[in-house]
Design a protein around this ligand. Sequence first.
Ligand code: NVA
Length: 308
Amino acid sequence: MMRHLLADDDLSPAEQGELLALAAALKAAPFSQRPLAGPRSVAMIFDKQTLRTQTSFSAGIAELGGHPMVIEGSLAGIGTRESVPDVARVVGRQAAAIVWRTDAQQRLEEMAQHAGVPVVNALSDDYHPCQLLADLLTVSEHKGQLAGLSVAFLGDGACNMGSSWLLAGATAGMHVRIAAPQHFQPDQGVTDRARKIATTTGGSVAVDDDPVTAVRDADVVVTDTWVSMGKEAEVEQRLATLAPYRLGAELFAHAKDDAIAMHCLPAYRGTEIDAEVLDGPRSVVWDEAENRRHVQKAVLVWLLGAAG
Ligand code: NVA
């Protein structure tokens, strides 16, 4: 059956575990799987800026024996010059899979419906599932487990990373606590989905406005930019409202002594996170960036296997 990765909860707890194990195996032996040998092409379409996604997918696709085909969204004009279904049909005839960074989640769903090949969400306004797999691999490397750990996510809880932490963290059996002011709390529907998943995995979900409550005794403390791509017009209001959620040494001190600090990058030192935390000994941000490549290779191997 054709599978896609559009949102974190497209993966069951067992599938998420399988993918993370495959990613760890590919990290240990990077050239052990060559499903794209030929080379077959994987299309990467970017409607938003990118550094980690383009480099990690390009390197990963090459390591799988394939050819990374980069398509600049503004040249293709998806949804303006031609419709999403027409683009899907055309690109799906050239590429073995389609990786797309875009805004509305519904565009990805439409692409998946018409492409005839697996589609991977490389960040949308709603979710960032590739980043979450990288983050979970990073946590398991540093902590030796996922289930039962507590993770605090601070700041813009309504952004893609907040939603993805809720869903993927709950799927992994973690205790996910979001600390965000009222207008930056996650969508209720996403929180409800995460809570339902947590009942099956032993995890839990909490949303609150107090950063200290969320960080207290946490194993993992996560933040993200306060101005996600597409929200640039709101910069002043966001910086003012989110100021109490900055991850500085004082706030981080409420977490466990061996807690790790995470950030998907790009980071703004002195805004959502202080340099002494981001560049400090308990920061794992560069591991997260590297692990994008390993988990995305696992996603492609797995999706191509499912597609036959
Ligand atoms: N929330 C951020 C993540 C960047 C990787 C954004 O959407 O811009």
